[in-house]
Design a binder for this molecule. Structure first.
Ligand code: AMP
Length: 396
């Protein structure tokens, strides 16, 4: 038996996977699905783009599809906690696809969306609740969520939670959960804090470690453009003249910067939209959907808004500004190498960024080639190492 059929999953799930065009499980799915189907706890080191959503959701869909129970009002059988609204709604979309036809009750809750709808859905009890920490705590405090029937808890993107300052919230949530449950923790990296959280919330977990970040990096054809700041927008225009880049994600440092890039692109008749935290939830969702549907060619984003953007077929990532945190470089360029596909990433680098570039290269443990053939190339005087002064010799 090959592909997903090797797993004891319900026929309707296998049909949905086939409809989505999934032929074979990705490595994280191959390893995690059997562990979770057995009911074991799991510590998964895998990043967005590896297929981890299906890895953790298929076993629970299978379990809930086969074994129905009476769910009491405000209760949920599974909780998936994830850091951003975008990730939360993508996870929900995927789950609703995989669970099509099974009549599972599911809901996604996050801030910025109508609380009343979320409370209403919870009133009827849920099979699967996907949530971001802030809104979930709010709903816990108001008594709208109850975990007494919880069977499965998934903590997704634990390191992003930490980076975004949600760690205390995560701990407050986990304190509310019943001790008898199945838990899976997923994180792209495993800093000490996450490791100790793992010890606290997992029981004898099996570890699955997939595609260390460097292998994602290997799938991306990376280039650095040395240029003057004033030439960035012209360089962007000239890159976009190449129609082979159909779907382009541009990263900017600030919300303001992202809006300016969009304005400039619209002037050159390139379809573009920005997503960042100053945009309303509706605008962000519309921009993302239009980008997914190919209605706009360029999506301009800040790091936080772009975390985990799940869009297939992004042909090019452009770092209009290098990321301040070198670890974000991998997250950014990984958007163009989803599920094993190859991609291209171009990073603009002005002279002041050279130190930043060095720390990025150190982080990914490789040098990124500078494209000296691009039309705006500028030679930078890469500072030579200071020679040590010879020690003074004193004569007595
Ligand atoms: P994730 O890491 O869960 O965000 O998934 C990354 C992307 O890979 C999503 O667009 C999924 O739809 C896609 N995907 C997940 N599993 C598979 C699979 N087995 N075959 C092909 N694509 C997949």
């Amino acid at each position: 038996m090959t592909g997903f059929k090797a797993f004891p999953l319900m026929d309707s799930i296998l049909e949905q996977l086939a409809l989505k065009g999934y032929k074979d499980p990705t490595p994280v799915q191959k390893e995690s699905i059997p562990i979770l189907l057995e009911g074991r706890d799991l510590l998964g080191i895998a990043q967005t783009g590896t297929g981890k959503t299906a890895a953790f959701s298929l076993p629970m869909i299978n379990k809930f599809g086969k074994n129905r129970i009476d769910i009491e009002p405000h209760c949920t059988r599974a909780l998936i906690l994830t850091p951003t609204r975008e990730l939360a709604s993508q996870i929900m979309d995927n789950i609703d696809d995989y669970a099509e036809g099974l009549n599972l009750k599911t809901k996604v809750v996050y801030g910025g969306a109508r609380r009343r709808d979320q409370v209403e859905a919870l009133k009827h009890g849920l099979d699967i609740l996907v949530a971001t920490p802030g809104r979930l705590l709010d709903l816990i405090r108001s008594g709208d969520v109850n975990f007494k029937q919880l069977e499965v808890f998934i903590l997704d993107e634990a390191d992003t939670m930490l980076d975004m300052g949600f760690f205390d919230d995560v701990q407050l949530v986990t304190e509310q959960l019943p001790e008898t449950r199945q838990t899976a923790l997923f994180s792209a990296t495993m800093p000490e804090t996450i490791e100790s959280l793992g010890h606290a919330i997992l029981i004898s977990p099996l570890k699955v470690e997939i595609a260390p970040e460097s292998s994602t990096v290997d799938l991306v054809d990376q280039k650095i453009f040395f240029l003057e700041k004033a030439n960035k927008k012209f360089s962007l225009n000239s890159i976009l003249e190449n129609r082979k880049y159909e779907s382009v994600l541009v990263f900017c440092k600030t919300k303001f910067g992202a809006d300016i890039v969009v304005e400039d692109l619209l002037k050159t008749s390139v379809t573009a939209a920005a997503i960042h935290s100053k945009k309303s939830q509706t605008d962000r969702e519309r921009a993302l959907q239009d980008f997914k549907d190919g209605k706009i060619r360029v999506l301009v984003a800040t790091d936080v808004a772009a975390r985990g953007i799940d869009v297939d077929n992004i042909s090019l990532v452009i770092n209009f500004n290098l990321p301040e945190d070198p670890r974000n470089y991998i997250h950014r360029i990984g958007r163009t190498a989803r599920a094993g596909k190859r991609g291209v990433a171009i990073s603009f680098c002005v002279e002041n960024d050279l130190v930043l570039l060095k720390s990025i290269e150190k982080n990914i443990n490789q040098k990124v080639p500078v494209d000296t053939t691009q039309p705006f190339h500028k030679e930078f005087q890469v500072a030579a190492k200071k020679k040590k002064k010879p020690k003074k010799k004193y004569k007595f």
